[in-house]
Design a protein around this ligand. Structure first.
Ligand code: BES
Ligand code: MN
Ligand code: ZN
Length: 495
């Protein structure tokens, strides 16, 4: 999809459609929308009086052959109340417009911003919204639908602002998000830990990142007992993917961001096996790892001033003849012993070694992302990512990035009481909570036991990494959530 800044006045652009948005307020037709309304002899105002244009969030109105415009269609998208509106809402508006027009066979359209949103931040949000919305899960369809948006023109922007770098940055972020979504979509027979590692290698080479793949021998040598415990039930050997980004003038003794992502390429539950219903979804249990791979892809291009290391433990969780069993005790790389109460709580096990290894490699600040618990869906549905973190100020800074990127995240409790629930009678800790409930927090505490005092954030994306129903601005399936916030956070980190 081509994206260009429109040099002609919007009214004379001969595209398939002109898109703009309308606010939910009394004088809807001010500024540029007033011009369009006058060109149409007040038809828009008449539609507003009859209740067809209200400006409510993402309300759509499509008009054909609008007078006064060279475009063949005019699409108005509701932007809601002006007081509630944020520039980041332009993502959903632009994305909704793209999906609506694509479904109608439109190939070229122009997106016109209003008077309040003429700068670089708006351009970035629009372009991100467009590219993320354009993603489809059609790789394994042998007959593809012909529908494709070929180009989008951006109109109404302040001509004195250089939008090129904003557009470029948006493209990198959104394409990296789609790169992660492609990986998440892959079925487990097409994406084993070894295949994931080779895809990571190809990406690293193209992006210019350092990469090292730890194979099963190296993993054994490093005594990653928690990861090995999970992997031993499968014929497929595990891998640990290590990626490195180094800034041009690395500061000695400065902060190093460590990104750790859970990549269980298929989670059967192991011996504590899952029910058949919905088990096919467990191909996306590598969503955290894919998020970190995509984030590193973007980081390589956007070049934050701090070094970033990513550690992605990858394995299947299978109930093979050598599988670990409930009650087994494993020794993690850190030396801590773990009683495996439930082999289906495998994500925290592989993250234990991943987080510890990231610290060994020099990470001074950690973020992990994982499809960790069903409990986070009970708490937050598919609305918010569950965000845990210690110290609280570190988490709060991250939540600012999430807000700026329009990714909904909610801070979750890390009180000591949850730590008590993972005490074990026979080992240092157990991999499930002993009390009732609080499953997302006990899972987070388990990981924190290996982050120790390193500032750490844990993103439980189990309920947000995949959506069963599409949204007007997003195809159903993998969302690529959290990636943009992580990259934004890395870019704002000071050396
Ligand atoms: N991968 C699952 C969590 C999950 C559930 C992700 C639903 C996406 C959708 C994880 O490994 C798991 O099985 N967690 C268990 C933990 C429990 C045994 C303590 C869970 O949440 O049920
Ligand atoms: Mn599991
Ligand atoms: Zn899992």
């Amino acid at each position: 999809m081509q994206i260009q800044i429109e040099s002609q006045p919007y009214a004379s652009v001969e595209s398939d459609a002109l898109v703009t948005y309308v606010f939910d307020k009394d004088d809807k037709f001010d500024g540029v929308l007033g011009e369009i309304n006058r060109g149409m002899n007040g038809r828009l105002a008449a539609l507003a009086s009859s209740g067809e244009i209200t400006g409510k969030v993402l309300e759509l109105l499509l008009l054909h052959f609008p007078e006064g415009l060279a475009a063949k269609k005019l699409l108005l998208v509701g932007a809601g109340k002006p007081a509630k509106f944020q520039v980041s809402d332009l993502r959903k508006i632009a994305g909704t417009a793209l999906r609506q027009l694509k479904s109608r066979g439109v190939k070229k359209f122009t997106f016109l911003v209003r008077e309040g949103e003429m700068g670089a931040a708006a351009a970035q949000a629009v372009v991100e919204g467009l590219i993320v919305a354009d993603f489809e899960s059609n790789k394994y369809h042998t007959e593809k639908k012909e529908r494709e948006i070929q180009s989008v023109g951006l109109a109404g922007f302040d001509s004195s602002v250089d939008l090129h770098s904003a557009i470029q940055q948006a493209r990198i972020l959104a394409e990296s998000q789609n790169f992660a979504r492609d990986l998440i979509n892959e079925p487990s027979n097409k994406l084993t830990p070894r295949i994931l590692a080779s895809k990571a290698e190809a990406m690293a080479k193209e992006a210019g990142l350092g990469i090292e793949i730890l194979d099963e021998r190296k993993i054994a040598e490093l005594k990653m007992g928690a990861l090995i415990g999970v992997a031993q039930g499968s014929i497929e050997p595990p891998r640990v993917i290590v990626l490195r980004y180094t800034p041009e003038n690395p500061q000695k003794d400065g902060p190093v961001l460590g990104l750790v992502g859970k990549a269980v390429t298929f989670d059967t539950g192991g011996i504590s096996i899952k029910p058949a219903n919905n088990m096919e979804k467990m191909k996306y249990d590598m969503g955290g790892g894919a998020t970190m791979l995509g984030a590193m892809r973007a980081i390589a291009a956007l070049k934050p001033s701090v070094p970033v290391i990513a550690v992605i433990p990858a394995t299947e969780n299978m109930p093979g003849g050598r599988a670990q069993k409930p009650g087994d005790v494993q020794t993690a790389m850190s030396g801590k012993t773990i009683e495996v109460i439930n082999t289906d709580a495998e994500g925290r096990l592989i993250l234990a070694d991943g987080v510890f290894y990231a610290r060994k490699l020099g990470a001074t600040h950690l973020i992990d992302a994982a499809t960790l618990t069903g409990a986070i869906e009970v708490a937050l549905a598919n609305v918010h990512v569950g965000a845990f973190g210690v110290p609280r100020e570190y988490l709060d800074t991250f939540l600012e990035s999430a807000k700026a990127q329009g990714e909904k995240m909610w801070p979750m409790p890390m009180d000591d009481e949850y730590q008590q629930m993972i005490k074990s009678d026979i080992a240092d800790i157990r991999n499930t909570g002993s009390g009732k409930g609080g499953g997302a927090s006990t899972g987070a505490w388990f990981i924190k036991e290996f982050a120790e005092d390193t500032p750490w954030i844990h993103l439980d994306i189990a309920s947000t990494c995949w959506v069963d129903e599409g949204r007007p601005w997003l195809a159903k399936g993998p969302t690529g959530i959290a990636l943009r916030s992580i990259v934004d956070f890395a870019l704002k980190m000071k050396p």
